[in-house]
Design a protein around this ligand. Structure first.
Ligand code: ZN
Ligand code: ZN
Length: 159
């Protein structure tokens, strides 16, 4: 088949190939599987070699996907500290309502964001705090922001 012929009949040829594929799907599948079984050692070895030669590419890919997952989860929860309104991403963290963050981290091997997405972003279990408010509310203490609000409202009542 010449290139010219291919270009002129591209549409029909693709359609023919697609029909052929649909009719013989199972055979294609079998052939692929056989090929893979025969070459799996080679494929795995070349993947391993690639990983060894380009650890920075792998690291960057992992980092990118982790970051986009984190952004997705934060934005689902409003991307804003529910205490002070901080909305700059590096300051934000997911808060486990009612505690249990450490146990959760352990139970999902550190993949907290992935797990929250898997659960469908339940509003009653997680929310967003900034690191400041997160630290301040550890051990069930009240965040200074809230304390100030309380003081302010008490003062305004008194005056
Ligand atoms: Zn805050
Ligand atoms: Zn706060």
């Amino acid at each position: 088949m010449t290139k010219k012929y291919y270009e002129a009949h591209k549409k029909e040829l693709l359609e023919k190939a697609r029909k052929h594929y649909l009719l013989h799907k199972q055979e294609y599948f079998e052939r692929n599987r056989k090929w893979y079984r025969k070459n799996s050692a080679k494929v795995l070895a070349s993947q391993r070699l690639y990983r060894e030669l380009h650890p920075e590419v792998i690291r960057a890919t992992v980092k990118r996907s982790k970051r986009s997952l984190r952004l997705e989860v934060l934005s689902e929860y409003g991307h804003r500290c529910i205490c002070c309104g901080e909305n700059r991403e590096p300051f934000l963290t997911i808060e486990h309502i009612g505690g249990g963050g450490e146990a959760h981290r352990k139970s999902v091997n550190g993949e907290v964001y992935r797990d929250i997405r898997k659960q469908g972003f339940p509003r009653d279990k997680y929310t967003v705090l900034c690191w400041n408010c997160n630290c301040a509310t550890r051990f069930r203490k009240i965040c200074p922001h809230k304390q100030e609000e309380k003081c302010a409202s008490v003062l305004s009542v008194q005056s």
